[in-house]
Design a protein around this ligand. Structure first.
Ligand code: GLA
Length: 737
């Protein structure tokens, strides 16, 4: 047995052990009930109550069996009268001012007597089974309690959130309410990775050195945002790669304004505090009232960035998505938005329906333009009746034809918005978010409805329920196309007006939940001018997302790669569209466009009526091929092979079945330069001793590919593909013998 094979076998056995562990969550209560060791998957997290009666992080890293070797929970000393103990000690949840906290507080409150200081101390703990721990803290003076929740998931994720409960007799106004603070052990090598972007350019991976001071990831826009996604990853420079090394990662489940602050504190220790964005935030808690903060999910792996992503993907598939733990594969859909724009009508859609069905499409979706007086983006939002000029017989004949051809039917809505030129706005101008007497800022000619209002919530739920009840609709593309501007809410007392940031999103979630409960087969896509609302909050109630309006296949490779760091490709919709692309004016071959879209959840958005027979034929073949690899792409283990190619303009991605019996590899080439061959692709995640049969989709692009090879060979010496030219791509499948 060669050394390499021994190495792979050792890794594989370690992998099997990991799989065994991954089934288990455990909570060990130690030290007479004042310390806990929480373990899930390959991760452990330890907390102890210290001498100041404050919960303190003792450990966050690889799975360990006991806390015996950890330092005891003890407040650290102050440093030079500049860093008080609350600053130097890795505390789990600290209220301001708590002995002079100079860093991001988890909680900040104002009392009617002028007091603005709280100090939270441990009150009691309650453990529920092997997956849930609740620590209750109490302010040292006022009867204000904070419940800290720790919920473990077997995939290796710890969810943390808090509930702030006012048991005093006065109103307490919360000015800052985080879900949790995560403390990382001191290390001078830390790097922060985040996903930033803009419309048409979402999910760009950023890497920066963590330095003294704060890096703030946030949205003040009222929704998740294109600019920063609520995901972070901390790695160690020189130690972490795609395949090895420590990664601490987390993401927030909230679709409103949010903030994650990453601060380097004394001696290279890092703390990450996240939750509601404290900007323009005030949440009065009446006596007896309680505020829950968003779930903040986090994990750790010592096996590199790829493994961190796979943990998140599995967690989303098995614990977050509405159909978890077994989400239904995403159907191949057709949508004419890029082909027809607002110009949708019965005749046009009917002819597209015929052609889409011939291709093997499974879901036909009518996008924007079917309702009210919607001829362009100047009018109609809010008036959710079928436009009688465009669809004189209603939606019924269209839906019937879609069904007759074996597809299901979906439709676009943008429920939270209103055009001033609409019947709804003329009737209810007060329903739009605004400040009294101030101009109302339009974006894309539209205003936001104040969904925090009970009457607006009732209207939005009512029209959606009616639309879905009266028509056989399997799918809603739920869009959201602007940011907040004047978040006023004059119908409630002044002190409560800023609760709009929380109540709006709570009502959004409650509509989704109620709609799904009433229509259990309904599936929903979260879209927000592309990828502006992708987060673990909305994903509890939506089945798929639209990552970007940018459908240029070359740009999409980067967007999709970034997306995969935080979210499973099983929800990542990707369409082929016409060239030249509307955004970049780039023309790439149809096969390349298909291959890029096929590495996510495939959709078609082309002008089918303009397609030649050859294009129809190519699309039909690729869609059939996609269906054969769909379970791997949507639910397999994703391995990003691009970093190891180390050659700009070359990409490779592999999806492996969880039982390692099958895999599929995509390879893409932007342009050959200087006659250089495509780099060797070393596969990953295979069973080393097993033999795999390799089948290229196109033999001419893989003339040197062996018909079969062992997993060890494929991972060790790799495969060679003959991709030459511009915008070349191919796919290879592997099957274990
Ligand atoms: C947004 C979406 C697009 C499309 C249009 C329709 O921009 O992201 O996919 O639905 O709205 O107006």
């Amino acid at each position: 047995m060669g050394l390499r094979l021994v190495f792979f076998l050792v890794c594989f056995c370690a992998g099997s052990l990991a799989a065994l562990h991954a089934q288990q969550t455990s909570i060990q209560s130690v030290g007479g009930g004042d310390a806990w060791l929480l373990s899930a998957g390959e991760m452990s997290y330890a907390i102890g109550i210290n001498d100041a009666k404050m919960p303190q992080t003792l450990y966050w890293g690889s799975r360990i069996g006991s806390v015996a070797g950890l330092p005891p929970a003890r407040m650290h000393p102050e440093i030079a009268s500049q860093e008080p103990p609350v600053a130097t000690t890795p505390l789990e949840y600290t209220a301001w001012s708590s002995g002079g906290l100079p860093y991001e507080p988890a909680l900040k409150a104002a009392f009617p007597d002028g007091n603005r200081s709280m100090t939270l101390r441990f009150d009691h703990a309650e453990q529920k089974g092997s997956a849930m721990l609740e620590l209750t803290l109490r302010d040292q003076v006022e009867p204000v309690f904070v419940h800290l929740y720790y919920q473990l998931y077997p995939q290796g994720i710890l969810a943390r959130w808090s509930e702030i409960e006012n048991r005093s007799k006065v109103v307490v106004t919360l000015e800052n309410a985080a879900s949790a603070t995560w403390n990382l052990p001191p290390d001078p090598r830390y790097q922060l990775e985040s996903l930033t972007g803009r419309w048409g350019g979402e999910f760009q991976l950023q890497r920066e050195t963590i330095h003294p001071g704060a890096s703030v990831l946030e949205s003040r826009r009222g929704h998740t945002s294109h600019q920063t996604n609520p995901w972070f990853q901390v790695t160690a420079a020189g130690a972490t790669t795609e395949n090895a090394g420590p990664v601490w990662f987390g993401e927030l489940g909230w679709s409103g304004s949010w903030r994650i602050s990453v601060e380097e504190v004394e001696s290279h220790a890092v703390r990450v505090t996240g939750g509601y964005n404290p900007f323009d935030f005030a949440y009065p808690l009446a006596p007896g009232a309680l505020l829950a903060t968003p779930h903040f999910y986090a994990g750790y792996t010592s096996a590199g960035e790829g493994e961190a992503s796979r943990i998140l993907h599995r967690f989303q598939q098995e614990a977050i998505l509405p159909q978890a733990p077994h989400p239904r594969p995403r159907p191949v859909l057709y949508n004419s938005w890029e082909a027809t724009g607002f110009d949708v009508n019965e005749a046009g859609q009917m002819s597209l329906i015929e052609r889409a069905a011939r291709l093997g499409v499974e879901r036909f979706v009518i996008d924007d333009g079917w309702f009210g007086q919607r001829k362009n983006d100047h009018a109609g939002l809010g008036d959710w009746y079928v436009n009688p000029d465009k669809f004189p017989h209603g939606l019924k004949p269209v839906i019937e034809r879609v069904h007759a051809l074996g597809m299901d039917f979906g439709i676009w809505v943008e429920p939270e918005m209103v055009n001033p030129d609409s019947d709804l706005y003329r009737k209810h101008p007060d329903w739009a978010m605004h400040f009294p007497g101030q101009p109302r800022t339009e974006m894309r000619n539209q205003l936001m409805l104040n969904l925090a209002r009970p009457d607006v919530r009732a209207y939005v739920f009512g029209f959606l329920d009616e639309l879905v009840s009266k028509n056989d609709i399997a799918f809603l593309k739920w869009d959201y196309n602007r940011i907040w501007a004047e978040p006023g809410w004059e119908e409630v007392p002044l002190a409560e007006q800023k609760t709009i940031y929380v109540k709006y999103v709570e009502n959004l979630y409650s509509i989704l939940v109620e709609l799904r409960r009433k229509h259990p087969k309904l599936e929903i896509e979260s879209c927000s001018s592309g990828g502006g609302r992708v987060d673990l909050g909305i994903l509890r109630d939506t089945d798929q997302v639209w990552p970007s309006d940018n459908t240029d296949a070359l740009d999409r490779l980067t967007i999709q790669d970034g997306f995969s760091h935080a979210y499973t490709t099983g929800i990542m919709m990707a369409w082929t569209t016409d060239v030249p692309n509307f955004l970049d004016a780039r023309s790439v071959p149809l096969l390349f466009r298909f291959h890029v879209a096929m590495s996510g959840s495939l959709g078609v958005g082309n002008s089918l009526n303009k397609w030649t027979d050859a294009e129809m034929q190519l699309a039909t073949e690729q869609i059939a091929y996609y269906k054969s690899i769909r379970p791997l792409v949507q639910q397999g283990l994703l391995y990003r092979l691009t970093p190891a190619l180390a050659t700009p303009g070359h990409w490779a991605t592999e999806y492996v079945a969880p039982d390692r019996s099958q895999a599929v590899v995509f390879a893409y080439l932007q342009a050959t330069a200087y006659g250089e061959p495509f780099p060797i692709i070393r596969l990953e995640g295979l069973e080393p001793a097993a033999t795999y049969v390799l089948t290229p989709q196109d033999r001419t692009k893989a003339p040197l590919l062996p018909q079969q090879a062992t997993g060890a060979e494929l991972m060790g010496s790799g495969i060679r593909l003959q991709l030459r030219g511009d915008y070349q791509s191919t796919v290879v499948t592997l099957k274990r013998q």
